[in-house]
Design a protein around this ligand. Structure first.
Ligand code: B12
Length: 299
């Protein structure tokens, strides 16, 4: 298609290269290989580009700088790009401070699949910094890095499973001996049916015991009726459901609504997925820090 130079703010390939930090040669190369960025042509044959291409091209450059292949970066969806860029900026290599060394050490043990070493390293850290700092400042960023490294192809799915499994076992071993003795409040902690991301719930169990409240821990993938039976029989003060970004909001909302109907006179709250609609008589607790405050008010 040919255009006249009067058309909506078109810029030359040199202008685009300067605006995005991508060399002219590379822009031509991407156009030939991947069909992006596509110029319009002046009658003279010169390329002209819409200004709207600049933000996307800048993101592509950032992804390539972060180590992604151009064939992947140029064709990624906008949503995917945003997620990966967030991931790159949060990755261990770009953080600084003493916590970075801690987490990098754990990740090295994951790479070697050294479970005993990793459990010992968790234990040393837990004893040094305490439960809350362990969770919020080390375990959560560690899991985020594991996810990022896996997304970048730097570690395998097996490593991701290994990394989360060792942490999951470690966390479970920490809170059970802390269980309070008689005369305390009790709450059910369960993941929705189909939900396997249970580490948030394990961390919630630790915070619960730190408040002297007993978790009735039902764990991942718990069917609706079993939550109702357990909560009713144990006469708990509340039921807390752990979801994740993976859970389908409509399905989770329907699960929670059914659960609400089955739980007579028991508080119901959920955390872990922020895409659900507001639901009557069901509380939403966005983060584990919020859950820590929620427990302050319960006791
Ligand atoms: C460990 C992990 C797994 C492990 C889980 C093991 C376990 N025992 O939990 C395994 C290997 C099983 C797994 C499986 C899958 N996973 Co996964 N997983 C992860 C990983 C690396 C860490 C998640 C985690 O535990 N984080 C710790 C929690 C506590 O932190 P958080 O999620 O940020 O939660 C915050 C809030 O949501 C809230 N919160 C969370 N839980 C709770 C609970 C309560 C009670 C409260 C109050 C608050 C709360 O508090 C936190 C902040 O304070 C993430 C990567 C990442 N970048 O997060 C992927 C990730 C979550 N998984 C993902 C996917 C796609 C899957 C699978 C579909 C993969 C597959 N193809 O099989 C399956 C789904 C399984 C299922 N049906 O549930 C995607 C989700 C993408 C999306 N947005 O939809 C992620 C982001 C990876 C990725 N980048 O693609 N996964």
């Amino acid at each position: 298609m040919t255009i006249t130079s009067k058309q909506s703010n078109p810029i030359s390939i040199g202008g685009l290269a300067a605006a995005c930090g991508v060399p002219v040669e590379t822009l031509r190369n991407w156009e030939n290989r991947y069909g992006f960025p596509l110029p319009e042509r002046l009658e003279s044959g010169h390329r002209r580009y819409a200004l709207e291409l600049i933000p996307r091209l800048r993101k592509i450059r950032m992804l390539v700088d972060a180590g992604y292949k151009p064939s992947f970066a140029v064709t990624a969806s906008d949503e995917e790009m945003d997620r990966l860029l967030l991931c790159s900026s949060e990755a261990a290599s770009e953080r600084s401070g003493p916590d970075t060394a801690q987490i990098s050490g754990w990740l090295a043990l994951v790479e070697q699949m050294d479970g005993a070493g990793l459990a010992r390293a968790f234990s040393r850290d837990w004893n040094t910094v305490g439960a809350r700092r362990f969770i919020f400042e080390h375990a959560l960023p560690y899991l985020r890095d594991v996810g990022c490294l896996w997304e970048r192809g730097a570690i395998s799915v097996a490593h991701e499973h290994f990394a989360s499994e060792v942490l999951q076992t470690f966390l479970a071993e920490q809170w059970r001996p802390l269980l309070p003795v008689a005369g305390h409040r009790r709450i059910v902690l369960a993941n929705q049916e189909g939900e396997l991301h249970s580490l948030g719930l394990q961390m919630a169990a630790i915070l619960t015991t730190l408040h002297g409240v007993e978790p009735v821990f039902l764990g991942p993938n718990t069917p609706l009726r079993d939550i109702i039976v357990a909560a009713t029989a144990q006469k708990v003060d509340a039921v807390i459901i752990g979801l994740s970004a993976v859970s389908d909001p409509a399905r989770s909302a329907s699960f929670l609504t059914d659960l609400r109907q089955g739980l007579v006179g028991i508080r119901l709250a959920f955390g872990g997925n922020d895409r659900l609609p507001a639901m009557s008589n069901i509380e939403y607790i966005p983060t584990l820090e919020d859950f820590d405050r929620w427990l302050d008010l319960l006791v």
